[in-house]
Design a protein around this ligand. Structure first.
Ligand SMILES: Cc1ncc(C[n+]2csc(CCOP(=O)(O)OP(=O)(O)O)c2C)c(N)n1
Ligand code: SF4
Ligand SMILES: [Mg+2]
Length: 270
């Protein structure tokens, strides 16, 4: 019998026995993430970032010490997915609500989770004042360059020339202004302690975003000011792209306007 034929005997085709003790767990779904289907589109960044935040909360063992503020936008139901205490805020007001929660419960880890329509349009005043006051909160800012939930209208972060439902010929910056670089703008405020811009369109980017979130949660224990983690988020549905095209679009176009990396980091003495 040839060696190849021996490989095909009934005995050799039996499924190998898997014993748990022979394997190391290298990944598990965070227990802090509710085990349910999410309503997000395939390839949407929100679901991935929810998971990353919950991984950090689980790893830091702060599930019962963390309070999230949910926005209005596609991630309005964030409280259905993150198994922590959460408070819904009116559109744009999450940083103001986070301020109140943190001041009432300074020992809690408090973060807001906001889209760019929410934070950079209707809520830019609340956000700017909260950071200027140096509120000891984390702001997670999801920048997908459009109003996702309401069908892809132009946002303050829409790229120059980018087509949206309200800029069908492309954003004309002579009429609508240039895209607002929120992270750079807010980093100038004295109350900003840690400001970074990341993405989640590749494995490498996801790891860097998780590290940024870990940093921000840890910095909150220092009571030194506001942490802002801007994340360039994929919105394949409103960009009229496949998830893969959307990930490439971030690398090839979005980062020209919104370069990734740390913008303000704590001084060494901190
Ligand atoms: C006061 C108020 N104005 C307008 C709206 C309508 N609205 C709901 S979601 C949304 C935009 C959300 O876009 P964004 O914050 O970028 O989140 P995304 O859906 O892109 O994640 C708007 C304008 C509202 N709910 N409340
Ligand atoms: S519309 Fe965009 S932001 Fe909203 S769930 Fe779909 S992909 Fe995500
Ligand atoms: Mg948006």
């Amino acid at each position: 019998m040839q060696a190849e034929e021996q490989l095909l005997t009934a005995e050799s085709l039996q499924a190998p026995v898997c014993r748990d003790e022979e394997y190391d767990v290298v990944y598990h779904r965070p227990t802090t993430l509710v085990d349910t289907n999410m309503h997000y589109c395939p390839g949407c960044a929100h679901s991935l970032v929810h998971k990353l935040i919950m991984e950090v909360v689980e790893e830091m063992d702060i599930q019962d010490k963390t309070i999230g503020i949910a926005p209005v936008g596609c991630s309005v139901f964030a409280y259905d997915y993150m198994n922590i205490d959460m408070q819904e805020a009116a559109h744009g007001r999450a940083a103001a609500v986070a301020t109140a929660v943190k001041r009432l419960m300074p020992d809690k880890y408090v973060f807001s989770y906001q889209g760019d329509g929410d934070l950079a349009a209707i809520g830019i005043a609340e956000t700017l004042h909260a950071i200027n006051r140096g509120e000891n909160i984390l702001i997670v800012f999801m920048n997908n360059a459009v109003y996702g939930m309401t069908s892809g209208q132009m946002a303050p972060t829409t790229l120059a020339g980018m087509k949206t439902t309200t800029s069908p010929y492309g954003r004309d910056i002579s009429s609508y202004g240039a895209p607002i670089k929120v992270a750079e703008l807010m980093a100038n405020l004295p109350g900003a302690y840690y400001v970074t811009r990341q993405a989640v369109n590749s494995a490498h980017a996801v790891r860097r975003t998780k590290k940024a979130l870990q940093n921000a949660f840890q910095y909150q224990q220092l009571h030194k000011g506001t942490c802002l983690v801007e994340i360039i988020g994929n919105c394949p549905s409103n960009w009229r792209m496949t998830p893969l095209e959307a990930s490439k679009f971030i690398d090839e176009e979005m980062i020209k306007t919104f370069p990734l990396g740390d913008i303000k980091v704590p001084q060494a003495e901190s």
